[in-house]
Design a protein around this ligand. Structure first.
Ligand code: COA
Length: 391
């Protein structure tokens, strides 16, 4: 057993969808002034799933490069975090485990708490690797954010998966012990089992988020956390990227700091690049913010990064990580940019068709049209069973 002193994110990879809808196309359709989308909520486009893509195909596509780089011998746990679950009983992670050929000596579970679930997965994973530093945990955050057509939430959809290999002596980011927690019973965003689209009270969700920022920051201080001015940057959950700016302004005001626009831009600006183009990816969002920051920042070696993970309903956690010396050699910047650039634009009519696509629930054989060019696809359902294929 090694004498590991630090624990955290050893590798991070993400995947997104086959298609993309621009907010310009959405605005043209619904008559919205484009400034509302580009400036008001900070979104340029949203990832749109092909009929043969879902949280499993995205999650497997995100994790495959990690397995290719590190092998899977040390992975004895897979935690799949999602809001957009495809089954009430079986973990989506088991399909990914199968598609990636992981060993049978492995525990696989799914975690749910809206957009917060992946942070719980990361913290639980660190607990496991602390117990046995020879083991690694594969954390997958995968979500398809879907609201009703023509609803206010529609402009804040998106889809992506982030996979993280959690280990002792990580190569990318060490996660520190101090962690600030906040839970409150609020109905700002939820999805009853019988619905495929989420329900949201937009203004309530912004208020609940801001309250959770203050609450988790207060607890973080009480747990012996760092002071605000120690942080090089802040990765916030980004249901829409403007939210990160609102949240940071709120945190600065709450902590009695001046909320200068240039300082806020400095703290947030490099974290929004991927989410502004991908849209909301729920559990994956805060870790896409991290990917964008690491890919773009000059050098963050040994610098503390603040994380604010928020999941409606609600649970929030503020914690810190430091970039590990040499981390830049392990980044996947070119692949990350390619995942975003490879998406094919769809027009508004095609987007609506894809949005409304669903399988009949009659237990028959229902193959899906071949659309995705990604490494994995949902080939269909048969006898109420989902069938996945590596392409
Ligand atoms: N140019 C620039 N800004 C503009 C504009 C224009 N032409 N028109 C409007 N805006 C601004 C508004 O002033 C507002 O900014 P502010 O929030 O800083 O005041 C912003 O655009 C949004 O306008 P609003 O009227 O609030 O939009 P909306 O009623 O369509 O709601 C959301 C926007 C984000 C609340 C809605 O899309 C939503 O509910 N999304 C889901 C949120 C979510 O995911 N929550 C759960 C997880 S936290």
């Amino acid at each position: 057993m090694s004498n590991a002193a630090s624990f955290g994110i050893h590798d991070l990879s993400f995947a997104t969808t086959e298609y993309v809808l621009s907010h310009a196309a959405l605005a043209e359709y619904n008559g919205t002034e484009i400034g509302k989308y580009h400036i008001g909520i900070g979104q340029r486009s949203m990832s749109v799933c092909a009929a043969d893509e879902d949280i499993v195909t995205l999650g497997a596509a995100a994790a495959a490069p990690i397995i290719a780089r590190h092998g899977s011998e040390r992975i004895r746990t897979v935690v799949f975090a999602t809001e957009s679950s495809i089954d009430q009983a079986k973990s989506a992670g088991i399909y990914v485990h199968s598609l990636l050929g992981l060993q049978s000596a492995c525990r696989v579970v799914e975690l749910k708490q809206a957009c917060y679930g992946a942070t719980a997965a990361l913290q639980f994973a660190i607990g496991l690797v602390r117990r046995d530093p020879d083991q690694q945990v594969l954390v997958i955050a995968s979500d398809v954010s879907k609201y009703e057509l023509d609803s206010p939430g529609e402009a804040t959809q998106g889809a992506a998966a982030v996979a993280m290999l959690v280990s002792a002596d990580p190569a990318l980011v060490c996660i520190e012990n101090a962690s600030g927690l906040f839970t409150a019973d609020v109905m700002d965003f939820w999805r009853p089992n019988y619905r495929t689209t989420a329900l949201v009270d937009g203004q309530e969700s912004v208020e609940a988020y801001l309250q959770a920022v203050a609450g988790s920051w207060k607890d973080y201080g009480e747990q012996g956390g760092r002071t605000l001015d120690e942080f090089a940057a802040f990765c916030y959950h980004q249901p829409f990227t403007k939210m990160a700016y609102k949240a940071h302004r709120h945190l600065l005001n709450h902590a009695g700091h001046s909320a200068d626009q240039a300082d806020i831009e400095h703290a947030i600006g490099q974290t929004v690049a991927y989410n502004t183009s991908i849209g909301n990816s729920y559990t994956a969002s805060v870790y896409l913010a991290l990917a964008a920051l690491l890919d773009q920042a000059d050098d963050l070696t040994d610098r503390p990064i603040g994380f604010l993970s928020y999941g409606s309903g609600s649970v929030a956690e503020f914690f810190a990580g430091t970039a590990v010396p040499g981390y830049r050699e392990h980044l996947r910047t070119a692949a990350n940019l390619a995942a975003i650039a490879r998406r094919k634009p769809v027009d508004h009519a095609r987007y609506r068709e894809l949005h409304e696509w669903s399988f009949p629930a009659d237990g028959g054989d229902h193959p899906t049209p071949q659309q995705t060019t990604g490494p994995f696809r949902l080939a269909g359902v048969s006898g109420h069973k989902r069938i996945y294929q590596a392409r």
